[in-house]
Design a protein around this ligand. Structure first.
Ligand code: PLP
Length: 375
């Protein structure tokens, strides 16, 4: 198997899996229980939360553990009034659909998928309380200039203050795809709310976290026993959080090595693949390679490649499974036929140079089969 879909899912690292194991069996206790073994589990849970929070430059008490990035994104919007959010038009559906439900307005992107700051400025009104821009896009890997956006929002705040406008404006970012290649730091990014995702950093699925600055007053997504400061009631997912904390540390240990490795693998892919257009040319994570074969149906390529044991995708796993055209590729100006011919290859820790040479050969072969079929 050659797996080139790490943006959809990453395998749980051996170290994370091992660290999780005791919390399914010997240390199964509910952290809210009053007896000693449960208190030890509660302490381990808090320690793991601290580790996750420290990785982004926050304190354990500043993050809310959620059941994944989707829930963290939903929670991030929970303080809003109708019509008070601006979001990037290329956001993952877990931001886009929530923003739409709050009557949000999309901000446009350029051909590289980078935010059009002028469009953000044009759409900024005194009603806006939240701007949501993912640090890295999940379909094309575009890295956004978040600190520039944060600097602009500081100007907006000063201007509101000077005019006696009391409404706050905050910056949220979904950093789900970022932590394998970037050192994600809340102060450097200038964010008030930040979503992170265990499932994309070789931790377990169904675990995520939302960093919440002290100024932001969120509303709970679930009501119940009052866990996670009352914002996300429900018995804590202790093994999941332990696994996430180990995976986050490993991701940071591997950061420099990963960058070098993926840059090299990407170089090999781009030099050995034939007859394609590169879609994500600039400002992109090195593990994202998005290519387009104009006139070829990428869905057919995927099936041909699957037969050879190569797993790739056409874009976001959730959109691909519903046969929906990518709103991201549309936003960066690709035509319908270019979208239909686009493949997303996302590299990860499982990949070797040998695999990449072989994948390039098999992708070329599959593209040639399709070209011949089209006559
Ligand atoms: N945000 C981004 C950028 C993602 O890539 C994903 C996962 O594909 C999500 C949110 C949703 O994550 P989850 O399915 O773990 O809730």
């Amino acid at each position: 198997m050659i797996y080139l879909d790490h943006a959809a899912a990453t395998p749980v690292s051996k170290k994370a899996l091992k660290a999780m194991e005791p919390y399914f069996s010997d240390d199964f206790f509910n952290p809210s229980a009053a007896y000693l073994p449960a208190k030890k589990v509660a302490a381990d849970y808090e320690n793991a939360k601290n580790v996750i929070a420290h990785a982004i430059g926050a304190k354990g008490t500043d993050i809310v553990i959620t059941a994944g990035a989707t829930e963290a994104n939903n929670l991030a919007f929970s303080f809003l009034d109708k019509g008070s959010v601006l979001y990037l038009e290329t956001e993952h559906d877990s931001v886009r659909k929530v923003a739409e439900s709050y009557g949000g307005q999309p901000i446009g992107v350029d051909k590289n998928g980078r935010i059009l700051i002028d469009d953000l400025k044009a759409k900024m009104t005194d009603d806006v309380m939240l701007v949501s821009v993912a640090l890295c896009n999940n379909e094309i890997g575009t890295i956004q200039p978040l600190s520039e956006i944060a600097a602009y929002l500081r100007e907006v705040k000063m201007d509101r203050l000077a005019r006696g406008v009391k409404r706050p404006v905050y910056l949220h970012s979904d950093a789900s795809q970022a932590m394998n290649l970037l050192n994600v730091n809340i102060a450097r990014l200038g964010v008030d709310l930040l979503t992170i995702n265990s499932a994309k950093v070789y931790g377990p699925k169904g675990v995520g976290a939302l960093y919440v600055s002290r100024d932001v007053k969120l509303s709970p997504v679930t009501l119940g026993g009052g866990q996670e400061k009352g914002l996300r009631s429900g018995t804590e997912n202790v093994p999941g959080v332990i696994g996430f904390s180990v995976a986050v540390n490993e991701a940071y240990e591997h950061l420099n090595g990963n960058r070098k490795k993926y840059a090299e693998l990407k170089r090999i892919l781009l030099s050995e693949l034939e007859g394609y257009e590169l879609v994500n040319k600039k400002h992109t994570l090195d593990n994202f390679v998005v290519i387009c074969y104009n006139g070829i149906d990428a869905e057919r390529l995927i099936f041909l490649l699957e037969d050879k044991g190569v797993y790739v995708s056409t874009g976001a796993a959730c959109a691909a499974s519903k046969g929906v055209k990518s709103h991201v590729l549309k936003a960066i100006g690709l035509s319908d036929s270019e979208i239909a011919g686009s493949l997303r290859l996302t590299l990860g820790e499982t990949n070797t140079k040998e695999q990449i040479h072989e994948a390039a050969r098999l992708i070329n072969e599959a593209a040639n089969i399709e070209r011949r079929r089209n006559g």
